[in-house]
Design a protein around this ligand. Structure first.
Ligand SMILES: [Zn+2]
Ligand SMILES: [Zn+2]
Length: 112
């Protein structure tokens, strides 16, 4: 067994089906060799929807919304639509808010 060179059926690029990928395929029980180059595969994966109908379960990446942290003013992204009047925190501040400032270590981080 050795690396194989295959030709992508989408873009015609030659790509290497490496030994380790072959092992991976065998392990997963896939009998077909990949018919597309890695970039075409990634592109198909990204634009999922028409060929793979069932949207249930694994949704891939979450939609992120741009927001400005209500605490430090930093630009951030949150996994939900920010609503007016509701505070939005960046990940740092979210942890601070969550951890509560009342614990014993509180003083240190406030000193600048
Ligand atoms: Zn391709
Ligand atoms: Zn913040």
């Amino acid at each position: 067994m050795a690396d194989k060179t295959l030709v992508c059926r989408d873009c015609g690029t030659q790509f290497v089906f490496t030994q380790s990928e072959q092992d991976f395929y065998t392990e997963k029980g896939f009998t077909n060799e990949p018919s597309r180059c890695p970039s075409c595969r990634a592109a198909r994966k990204a634009s999922r929807g028409d060929s793979y109908g069932s949207g249930a379960g694994r949704g891939g990446q979450r939609q992120m919304y741009p927001a400005v942290c209500s605490r430090c003013g930093k630009e951030t992204e949150v996994p939900f639509q920010p609503t007016n009047g509701k505070p939005v925190y960046c990940s740092d501040c979210f942890q601070l808010e969550r951890g509560g400032g009342a614990s014993h270590g509180g003083y240190r981080s406030r000193r600048y």
